[in-house]
Design a protein around this ligand. Structure first.
Ligand SMILES: Nc1ncnc2c1ncn2[C@@H]1O[C@H](COP(=O)(O)OP(=O)(O)OP(=O)(O)O)[C@@H](O)[C@H]1O
Length: 278
């Protein structure tokens, strides 16, 4: 993989086996950049960048505020069009959102008038094989609620859930339609440490059990080290990847593990020392 003019640095010596074997290329970004043009000014959010993501990878975008991480996620989702370059998903250009690349939105996007299982079913009703098949929608939604440990709450309303539980429902709703890529923009903000730790464990469990490809954005270096197979550290705006760090630790990882902390320090060190300042 080549990305901007990043320098090559080896990850710390492998501690253990790699998280999982990598498979086919799922996403290929070539020369992708984004400049937002308003009436008064142009904002170059993302510098021209190349990136490949393989099936089954967990890739985390990490970088300073405003460096274009969410913009890149939106381009992959098909919500934004790149100013230059091209995104290929399984070899075909991405031109619009699609059910193969779903974004996990935060808890506030759950529907308060629907109960938990209905919220999860909502993501299914637009899929051809689920259309007008309420029983199948319900069974699938229940199986996802079971996977995230909320099967007892299927008839609860959203306001009856804790913040962490709402995030779980949002996760189940995004996963139920079985997207090939799950896109997650800062998945667990404003949750207490214990709840976040449990969610990290759940997300890794889902990753191992489903082999899902996940791309997420975070500001938290420990979260990046805990979740990622590969952390892409961005430069300040206009963003491009200055460093790729492979996290060679077995799963499940605990966010409090010392080795996770060591990787987190290394990720932070990269952020604090962009290439021009080295
Ligand atoms: N729709 C838009 N119109 C104009 N400028 C935008 C738009 N969306 C993003 N930007 C600008 O592009 C730059 C990158 O924004 P983006 O949200 O991608 O950054 P980010 O790295 O995700 O930031 P953060 O970590 O703070 O969420 C910012 O300067 C932002 O102001």
């Amino acid at each position: 993989m080549e990305f901007g003019n990043r320098t090559k640095t080896q990850a710390p010596p492998p501690q253990n086996v790699s998280a999982k074997p990598l498979r086919a290329k799922l996403l290929q970004l070539t020369n992708v950049s984004k400049t937002f043009q308003s009436v008064t000014q142009a904002v170059e959010a993302l510098a021209p960048s190349n990136l490949e993501i393989e099936e089954g990878e967990f890739v985390v975008f990490f970088g300073p505020s405003g460096c274009g991480k969410s913009t890149l996620l939106d381009i992959i989702a098909g919500f934004e069009t790149p100013t230059t370059g091209e995104v290929l998903f399984e070899g075909s250009p991405v031109t619009m959102p699609g059910s193969d690349r779903l974004m996990m939105f935060q808890e506030h996007t759950l529907f308060p008038w629907l109960n938990v299982v209905r919220n999860v079913m909502y993501g299914l009703k637009h899929k051809r094989e689920f259309r007008f098949r309420l029983r199948k929608q319900r069974e699938t939604a229940r199986s996802w609620l079971k996977m995230i440990g909320l099967e007892e709450f299927e008839t609860s309303l959203v306001h009856e859930l804790s913040g962490g539980m709402k995030q779980r429902v949002a996760l189940a709703r995004a996963l139920a339609p079985d997207p090939k890529v799950l896109l997650v923009d800062e998945p667990f903000p404003a949750l207490d440490a214990l709840v976040r730790t449990k969610l990290y464990a759940d997300l890794q469990d889902i990753l191992v059990r489903t082999g899902k490809t996940i791309i997420s954005v975070t500001h938290d270096p420990r979260e990046a080290a805990c979740l990622a197979d590969r952390v892409l550290v961005f430069t300040p705006r206009p963003g491009r990847v200055q460093k790729e760090i492979r996290v060679n630790l077995p799963r499940p990882r605990d966010i409090n593990d010392q080795e996770v902390g060591e990787y987190a320090s290394r990720i932070m060190e990269e952020l604090e020392n962009p290439p021009d300042e080295k």
